[in-house]
Design a protein around this ligand. Structure first.
Ligand code: GDP
Ligand code: MG
Length: 166
């Protein structure tokens, strides 16, 4: 089985960390500085019976200049070629203009949608659930998964579900 997955979300939610965790090697730049991922970097995860091509995208934000608009456009364009999208947020994330914009774009997306609540290693369960509930008011996802890209929580489960969906 083979499929494409795009990881999208606001800057700094942990998209590059997740890709590194899935691939078990450092292929993309992780930084606490927003917008360090400037292009759609691909990684390939090969399992016994599957191959996942992962796309790490620049953070989606309200772009103020040309280069930033291009970065956001790149991230959104990636949706056209993928089978599954991981939308990543942090617990307690404010559902502002940026998130609402992404959710509007995702409404038109026809593949499977995963809502990943990342960084649960430094959050309470309640906070993570509340964030998922807030987001579901705007858009329903096929799966919701609390994860920690940094500590490796629920990553195996994420891969299992993803492979089943291919
Ligand atoms: P991106 O902009 O979405 O690609 O975010 P990065 O992967 O570059 O990560 C941004 C910051 O969040 C870095 O300092 C990461 O170490 C941190 N981070 C990412 N995932 C986790 C996680 O699961 N738990 C915690 N505590 N920090 C994380
Ligand atoms: Mg990044």
């Amino acid at each position: 089985k083979c499929g494409f997955v795009s990881i999208i979300g606001r800057p700094n939610v942990g998209k590059s960390t997740l890709l590194n965790r899935i691939l078990d090697e450092k292929v993309t730049i992780v930084s606490s500085k927003p917008n360090t991922t400037r292009t759609n970097i691909k990684g390939v995860k090969t399992g016994e019976n599957y191959q996942l091509i992962l796309i790490d995208t620049p953070g989606i934000h309200i772009a103020k200049d040309k280069i930033n608009r291009l970065m956001v456009q790149n991230a959104l364009d990636s949706l056209e070629m993928v089978d599954i999208v991981y939308f990543m947020v942090e617990p307690g994330e404010f559902i502002g203009k940026e998130i609402k914009f992404i959710l509007e774009v995702l409404k038109k997306y026809e593949g499977k949608k995963y809502l990943l609540i990342n960084k649960v290693d430094k959050s309470t369960k309640t906070k993570a659930i509340n964030t998922a509930n807030e987001i579901f008011k705007y858009l329903e996802f096929d799966y919701v998964l609390p994860i920690s890209a940094l500590k490796g929580i629920n990553i195996d489960k994420l891969i299992d579900l993803t492979v089943k969906d291919l």
